[in-house]
Design a protein around this ligand. Structure first.
Ligand SMILES: Cc1ncc(COP(=O)(O)O)c(C=O)c1O
Length: 488
């Protein structure tokens, strides 16, 4: 029986040494391999698994580099003590995998700062019932026939009017209705990316986009985001090196940081995109939720040369389960997008499109948005105060001007993956920073989302987090053993 039932797949893309390394790492994270336990000698492990000695040496080396094992000269390789391990040891592979797919495993009673999904109690069920009945009475069986892949035409016209109110010029012929922004991003990746193409993305960024781009074999080049938007100097330097197929950004209330671009930066990026013929993908899921100052104009609203693909999701501010979003496409890209949408699911549900069209035209959507904004504003103000009371001085953060996300950082040397694991045991969950970075490495950042929490849960959650942070900071300070990966 091979060591711990390790099973390696031959003839697959992933190297054998990486497979071995990952399986041992998983066994350590899950507690099957305990502190001080000895790993089989290299020759023995190689024999058991029918491997070359060098393959085992490389796997052990990786584990050693991460501080997961210690080599003792003349004696062997041993599982390292917990305190000496590097930042990301605490997250099991499945956990990371789940997070990359935008999910997290939760116990039922956990205080959930991980999800930015609206509270179902806030959904306007009565208005939706009325709109669905209206559509069925008006259109009858037509609702359930095959439809146009680009989207229900009256809805595209209603979207054109909606966009005009946001100072975005568009035409129904350039609008593609999709079943959620995630599908929109995936369709762009399918239609326009070839293996090895480069995509520029903010760092940190939305992991669902990175996964979609990577799934087409694209290479992600990260550009740091600053409090007033993308770091333009780095962007220009990278543009001198690469010809990216896309630059993927969230210019308003960015996920995960909550930062918004200054108008000056928006204009500079648009100017750069025209000069360098750079196609920008602007993903907007939260811009309506500004709570300080005025609504921010999108990057798209400054776009005069069709350089920006604008993707609008209604999930965060309306109903995630409606699966409705749209993209505004440049003329020359529309045909390919329609074809890709057809290949994906032929068209988005006609009943949902018609119902949403009705809600938009009747102003019911805006009415609902007004109510949601007020509820979220209260949550935002309450939580901002809580942060100031409990975490100011302990952690670093900058209050966003709105939205549902707060981006915080632990002191140097303390990984948020570690905080994540400790907090989960205490009944609090959140999104650790590693999932928002294209390299996936552990770091000291993390995101707290307040979308689905009541005030009492926020209070309890922050008290627990403060306690766990204090403990980690004290431990880290005393031992000075935890490694730190500076990423921003
Ligand atoms: C920035 C961003 N884009 C896209 C999505 C996916 O949205 P949708 O539900 O419309 O597919 C999300 C969801 O969290 C998001 O945060």
């Amino acid at each position: 029986m091979p060591f711990l039932g390790v099973q390696l797949k031959r003839g697959v893309k992933q190297h054998l040494y990486l497979q071995l390394y990952q399986q041992i790492k998983k066994a350590i994270a899950q507690g099957q391999l305990k502190e001080g336990q000895k790993l089989p000698a290299i020759r023995l492990m190689a024999e058991q698994l029918n491997l070359n000695n060098v393959t085992v040496v490389k796997a052990y080396q990786l584990l050693e580099e991460e501080g997961l094992v210690i080599k003792k000269v003349g004696s062997g390789t041993y599982i390292a003590p917990l305190a000496g391990r590097g930042g990301d040891w605490v997250l099991a592979e499945e956990e990371i995998e789940l997070m990359n797919q935008g999910q997290i495993s939760l116990q039922s009673d956990i205080i959930n700062f991980a999800t930015a999904t609206p509270d179902p109690e806030l959904f306007p069920i009565d208005d939706i019932k009325v709109a669905i009945n209206y559509v069925l009475d008006r259109d009858g069986g037509k609702v359930f026939g095959y439809q146009d892949s680009q989207g229900y035409r009256p809805l595209r016209q209603a979207i054109e009017d909606y966009l005009a109110r946001q100072e975005i010029k568009s035409q129904a012929k350039n609008i593609q209705v999709v079943s959620g922004a995630q599908q929109g991003i995936d369709i762009l990746a399918k239609s326009f990316l070839d293996y090895g193409d480069v995509v520029f993305a903010e760092e940190p960024t939305y992991p669902g986009a990175i996964s979609a781009f990577k799934s087409r074999g694209a290479r992600i080049v990260s550009i740091p985001i600053q409090e007033d938007g993308l770091d333009i100097e780095t962007l220009e330097a990278r543009l001198a090196e690469y010809r990216p197929r896309f630059l993927y950004v969230m210019s308003t209330l960015q996920n995960p940081t909550g930062y918004s671009y200054s108008e000056e930066k928006k204009k500079r990026i648009i100017e750069l995109s025209q000069r360098r013929n750079l196609t920008i993908v602007e993903d907007d899921s939260l811009s309506e939720l500004y709570f300080k100052g005025q609504a921010e104009r999108s990057l798209k609203s400054f776009d005069t040369a069709q350089q920006v693909i604008y993707i609008k999701s209604f999930s965060k501010i309306f109903l995630p389960g409606f699966r409705i979003a749209f993209m505004v496409m440049p003329d020359e890209m529309t045909t390919k997008t329609i074809a890709a949408k057809h290949l994906s699911d032929i068209f988005s549900s006609s009943l949902i499109q018609r119902t949403f069209d009705r809600l938009l035209r009747e102003g019911l959507w805006e009415q609902h948005l007004g109510g949601m904004r007020e509820i979220y504003r209260q949550k935002y103000l309450f939580f901002s105060r809580l942060l100031e009371e409990h975490l100011a001085g302990l952690l670093q953060y900058r209050l966003p001007v709105g939205g549902l996300n707060f981006w915080l950082s632990l002191p140097a040397g303390i990984s948020s993956s570690r905080l994540f694991k400790y907090s989960q045991v205490e009944g609090v969950s959140f999104a650790p920073g590693s999932i928002f970075f294209a390299d996936g490495k552990a770091n000291r950042f993390f995101r707290l989302s307040i979308a689905s929490l009541e005030k009492e849960q926020m209070v309890k959650g922050i008290e627990i987090l403060t306690r766990v942070c204090r403990k980690l900071i004290n431990e880290g300070g005393k031992k000075g053993e935890i490694r730190y990966t500076p990423l921003l």
